[in-house]
Design a protein around this ligand. Structure first.
Ligand code: GTP
Ligand code: 3PG
Length: 214
């Protein structure tokens, strides 16, 4: 089985705007790049992943062997559709779409997403069971899959898969359900990032989840 991974990430400085009440811009970018690094390291450590791709503008420290696709717009869903279509031409049998904000993702999570029947779409919901934190698409059946990241995307992605004759495998996992959207989610990121990547964020979360004064 030849499986690729595709990780969308916004340009440096533009991500995680919903955390603006808790983190300064430099702290938000440190968090975004630290979480991206964790996802990249985890995916790169999996033998099942043949190729690691990032979708988005250039950013430092992607590491060797990462194939970057420029963001064709007009939004995340459109960009994913075009990029998955381009990747399908290279012949992988499956592609994982993984947001860059999964600080608790593990190699075992990746293996569960890869190790699926050939006609199955794998999907991991977020902690609220409404959003989508990972998709595993069989190719070429999944080409031009109508990505619907945004409001209530979990049920929409499941319906789209069924409409295309795919079976749906829902993957519930502590590592996949914890994306970082709001200040209340930050505790999940701090546990990993404080230990491994960013000594600068040792003070997180600050009391009350507020920005530093001044
Ligand atoms: N390349 C690309 N990546 C995107 C785009 N929109 C979102 N992403 C990435 O998709 C993943 C999930 O998006 P969100 O959870 O909304 O993260 P975010 O957009 O940084 O957060 P907010 O600004 O708070 O909405 C993150 O890794 C984002 O960087 C886009 O238009 N293009
Ligand atoms: O289902 C979704 O679209 C994802 O969870 C993205 O939503 P978020 O931006 O709230 O993470």
């Amino acid at each position: 089985m030849s499986c690729w991974a595709l990780i969308p990430v916004k340009a440096p400085g533009l991500g995680k705007t919903r955390l603006a009440s808790a983190l300064d811009p430099d702290e938000r970018e440190a968090l975004v790049s630290g979480m991206l690094r964790h996802v990249l390291d985890t995916v790169r450590g999996c033998r099942a992943i043949r190729r690691v791709c990032v979708l988005g503008p250039a950013r430092p420290n992607l590491g060797s062997g990462v194939l970057r696709f420029d963001d064709p717009g007009p939004d995340l869903n459109g960009a994913l559709e075009s990029t998955v279509s381009a990747i399908t031409a290279a012949g992988p049998e499956r592609i994982l779409v993984l947001p860059a904000d999964l600080p608790c993702i593990t190699a075992a999570d990746i293996e569960r997403l890869v190790d699926l029947p050939h006609d199955a779409l794998g999907i991991a919901p977020d902690r609220h069971r409404t959003g989508t934190n990972a998709l595993s698409l069989p190719l070429p059946a999944g080409i031009w899959f109508p990505f619907s990241f945004g409001q209530d995307s979990f049920s929409t992605h499941c319906e789209s898969a069924i409409n295309r004759g795919l079976t749906v495998e829902t993957i519930l996992s502590c590592g996949l359900e914890k994306d970082i959207d709001d200040p209340l989610d930050l505790a999940d990121a701090v546990r990993v990032l404080r230990r491994v990547y960013n000594p600068a964020i040792d003070g997180w979360p600050r009391p009350g989840g507020r920005k530093r004064p001044g």
